[in-house]
Design a protein around this ligand. Structure first.
Ligand code: UTP
Length: 318
């Protein structure tokens, strides 16, 4: 893969060169205050349980998956969460709301640890709800958050991707956004045979930072042969509000859905996008095996569960 430095990009200058001709909102990068989390999908890969329980509420050990995602956002400096939700999934909203009846019950019974846990949960972060009336796709879901985001760069976190890292994944992306003054999408190295499951980037590696790749193209679910690299897009993004203009004209694409990838390809014609190879271990908790793996992994990190779990695993004869 060829490398680039931002000085070299200046030589080759074109309108998407990083470090040059940035759209106004990148010249003085604004802080990333808001995060959009779309949760309005149907979760068909997780049926039958998702018939009545949102997949985002399925527990990883003892916390719903969505809580890990919101905690990551909080630890990355996000001040407001915009949940894009749909009918029938209000359990997610209720979970982060306060429950005065439960709190006074716990108080009466002197269950102060549990009471403290419940209060911390409802005070976790400012959450607003946007609605997606029909599941028309991820791109459409993000578009539904436009009026809450306004005209400022924002983060997107997909709750299917649970990431264990030293520095929260979103925080790593925000650092890259501030340094390189560009849109940022998280990428991870995959085996090329798995390319048909992901969006794959074609990019040029930064000469001084092998985590940073300047995007030239983005291809949704290519065959192994057509994949331009082994860097796959995963569900963390820092995006400029120009994305909303792209989404406004994005037509239905793969699967008859309005795809975020198509809007990102449009954005790439106007603004620089960087693929950032984050540090961390990612679990796809939107499908069953990844969900079970995440449960085992996070349980094994718990001192109160680790030993028992280890000896149980030893007894299993797979
Ligand atoms: P997925 O395609 O992984 O979620 O979308 P899904 O559609 O719920 O699940 P499957 O494929 O049927 O099993 C990624 C994220 O985007 C949200 C989902 O809730 C998920 O968090 N999403 C997807 C929406 O909010 N609206 C949509 O129309 C589609």
């Amino acid at each position: 893969m060829s490398h680039f430095s931002f000085a070299e990009m200046k030589e080759k200058n074109n309108h998407t060169a990083v470090g040059l001709n940035h759209p106004l909102h990148f010249q003085q990068p604004k802080p990333i205050r808001k995060a959009v989390i779309p949760v309005a999908g149907l979760g068909t890969r997780f049926l039958p349980v998702t018939k009545t329980i949102p997949k985002e509420m399925l527990p990883i050990v003892d916390k719903p998956a969505i809580q890990y995602i919101i905690e990551e956002a909080l630890e990355s400096g996000i001040e407001q969460i915009i949940l894009v939700n749909s009918k029938g999934k209000s359990a997610i909203e209720d979970y982060f709301d306060s429950d005065t009846a439960l709190e006074s019950f716990l108080e009466q019974r002197k269950k102060f640890t549990e009471l403290d846990l419940m209060r911390k949960l409802s005070n976790l972060i400012d959450i607003v709800i946007a609605r997606q009336k029909k599941p028309l796709g991820l791109g459409h879901a993000i578009h539904c958050a436009q009026s809450f985001v306004g005209n400022e760069p924002f983060a997107v976190l997909l709750p299917d991707d649970l990431i264990k890292s030293n520095v929260p994944c979103l925080k790593q992306l925000i650092g890259a956004y501030q340094e390189y003054k560009a849109n940022v999408i998280a990428v991870m190295e995959i085996e090329k045979k798995h390319a048909p499951l992901y969006g794959i980037i074609e990019g040029q590696m930064h000469a001084d930072n092998n985590r940073v790749h300047l995007l030239k193209n983005l291809i949704e679910k290519p065959s192994e042969q057509k994949a331009p690299s082994s860097l796959a897009v995963i569900g963390r993004y820092i995006l400029s509000p120009a994305l909303f203009h792209c989404l406004a004209s994005t037509q239905k694409g793969a699967g008859g859905e309005i795809q975020l990838t198509d809007a990102l390809c449009e954005l790439l014609q106007q603004e620089p996008i960087i693929g950032y190879r984050y540090e961390g271990l990612r679990f796809d908790v939107g499908e069953k095996t990844g969900f079970v793996e995440a449960n085992l992994f996070f349980a094994a990190l718990r001192p109160d569960m680790k030993e028992r779990l280890k000896s149980f695993m030893k007894q299993l004869e797979f």
